[in-house]
Ligand binder design. Structure first.
Ligand code: GLP
Length: 240
């Protein structure tokens, strides 16, 4: 695993955009997207490069990590809506090729199997971007998630619901359940790129990078991956 300590979120964004740009040179790139505040600097940089430098996503397919259960896709805080607003609406990426688990599906078990099969049928993810929760979760794989798990239904911990309450009127409105790519699904991406900024992520980053490979810290799966890169600012690196 490569750990790169950067001076700012903007510098992290430029490094992540470079990694996406390398993948976009492939004939049929498959890019893995994440929501949350951590990827935003990278998304701003990708939008800038698309606008100013002609970086094209026209031949790309995108898969999102996770989605809330029970929010209509049109709800402004559904991850399908968030990724359109923050990134894909600003690129030449065909909306029909931006995929996310359907948290409104009648049969959630079938939906999860369909999602994993769709990723596989696309040839697998070339670059998966990851944030990290304060409890070490990636996607919505909370602590004690199976290291070989596939896309599935999960219950959020109270800590994650409280962390995400800032996007809703109150913590009570944060959905209790989600669909998330499993840790086994995420491990199949060819390059994993994790980004974290700020002191409140320092403990989780230290557990992921220097702790044991353990379901107690789902982000520690990066230690097991042949090509994983972690971009952090000095605050997020402060416990390393
Ligand atoms: C959510 C998302 C994760 C994200 C995490 C951290 O729980 N499901 O994918 O990494 O939040 O979010 P942030 O980057 O806003 O701290």
């Amino acid at each position: 695993m490569e750990v790169v300590i950067c001076e700012s979120a903007e510098e992290i964004g430029r490094h992540v955009a470079d990694a996406y740009e390398a993948v976009l040179r492939l004939p049929a790139p498959v890019i893995g997207l994440a929501t949350g505040s951590s990827p935003l600097a990278a998304y701003h940089e990708l939008i800038r490069r698309h606008r100013d430098d002609g970086l094209s996503f026209a031949h790309a397919t995108a898969y999102l990590l996770d989605e809330y259960v029970g929010l209509p896709a049109a709800h402004p805080e559904s991850y399908a809506a968030v990724i359109r607003r923050e990134l894909t609406d600003h690129l030449d990426l065909d909306p029909a090729r931006v995929h996310s688990p359907r948290g409104e599906a009648d049969d959630l078990v079938a939906e999860c199997a369909r999602y994993d099969a769709a990723i596989a049928a696309s040839g697998g993810v070339d670059l998966q971007l990851l944030g990290i929760g304060t409890d070490g979760h990636v996607g919505f794989n909370e602590p004690m998630s199976s290291l070989s798990s596939r896309t599935r239904l999960k219950t959020l911990t109270q800590q994650t619901r409280e962390d995400n309450a800032r996007f809703f009127a109150s913590v009570d409105e944060v959905p209790t359940h989600v669909l998330t790519q499993g840790l086994g699904t995420i491990l199949e991406a060819r390059h994993l790129v994790l980004v974290a900024t700020g002191e409140d992520k320092a403990e989780a980053v230290a557990a992921a990078v220097e702790g044991p490979l353990s379901a107690r810290c789902p982000a520690s799966i990066l230690q097991w991956h042949p090509h994983a890169t972690v971009f952090v600012d000095e605050a997020a690196a402060s416990r390393l």
